[in-house]
Design a protein around this ligand. Sequence first.
Ligand SMILES: NC(=O)c1ccc[n+]([C@@H]2O[C@H](COP(=O)([O-])OP(=O)(O)OC[C@H]3O[C@@H](n4cnc5c(N)ncnc54)[C@H](O)[C@@H]3O)[C@@H](O)[C@H]2O)c1
Ligand SMILES: [Zn+2]
Length: 365
Amino acid sequence: VLKLPLKFNNHYDCRLCVGSGAVESLPDVWEDEWQAAAVIGDSNVIGLFGEQIEKRLRPLVEKMIILQFEPGEQSKTRRVKEKLEDSLLDAGFDRSTCVLALGGGISIDLAGMVAATFMRGVPTVNLPTTLLAQVDAAIGGKTGVNTRHGKNLVGVFHQPSAVLVDTNLLDTLTPDEWRNGMAEAVKHAVIADGEFFGWIEANVPALLSPHGVDSYLVQRCIEIKSAIVMEDERELGQRATLNFGHTVAHAIEGATSFSVSHGLAVAAGMVVEAGVAVEKCDFSSDSLRRLRRLLESLLLLPKLDLGFNDVNPFFKADKKRRDGRIRMSLPASLGRMARNDEEYTLSVEPELIHRSWRTNLCKSD
Ligand SMILES: NC(=O)c1ccc[n+]([C@@H]2O[C@H](COP(=O)([O-])OP(=O)(O)OC[C@H]3O[C@@H](n4cnc5c(N)ncnc54)[C@H](O)[C@@H]3O)[C@@H](O)[C@H]2O)c1
Ligand SMILES: [Zn+2]
């Protein structure tokens, strides 16, 4: 198990344990003053891991509660947050509480937000159980809920005090959930590490399923993401590079009412945006071919029955827009993002996106 301290402008430390068996480090990261434990997760993960976590926590605390909610994005709301908070208050939980966020990105975001405002903020320990949560959501301190206006529109930064990333927990993931995380892993490689991109290429058959996953995959992704968020906790600059592929992905998700999974949307988005980068940032067409081939071999690029005109209206909702123009983070090469001084996003003409969409993704439109 790899142990890393994360530091945020010297004001905040987060203990991070990554590897097979990392959950055994729970007593090492648990602080004496956390005398009450609130385990929060969806009913699937509580069913899978609740008992195991309870056994490990019991000796460490005076009281403990396990709270579960219905799996799915429709639970990531203020209403469910309120219910969880009421359950904690009804059971007499106070400032000595530590929230243990157990599960995928939804549990992490929702439990994290409960912790961020309960008693004006109590500590959180993240225990991510999907690949997506391990390589992405559990690191960086973004919490939030959805509203009818869109995803993640209400939320707060709340850094976890510790993150335990145990790759053994991934064994029960469905192939779809596995692929969701793999798309973000490829994204991390494109953003920050060309050698890691080559490592993923070289390990494709083994990376098609969670069984016997090499913890290097998760470890390298976490190193990449934590380096970026420690540099730019509040997304004022470099953190925007983590949005590679996501401007187009969010438009695809919007145009299909989220029937395309996030990972596949991100994979398609990376291909289109990398195509834009070929014209705008000297990203080589050979790199674009490698990226496309890798995503195909990881079964991340299905046929999308979508024209550019279907997705185009959805660019209006992108949070990175400025002065009515679409902005994107684009790669300069496999492993390095383009930047202009302190500027990590570039304004992109819709025609360029349209052209790349047609040539690189959906030949018919
Ligand atoms: N905070 C951030 O920085 C950040 C980053 C990326 C994504 N997110 C958020 O994460 C969410 C998506 O996360 P997700 O894809 O992990 O979804 P999820 O939390 O819904 O998990 C996917 C499914 O897998 C099940 N599951 C979880 N662990 C399992 C396991 N070990 N074995 C079997 N089944 C398991 C869950 O019950 C759920 O049904 C989105 O809401 C997104 O906005 C947040
Ligand atoms: Zn994503």
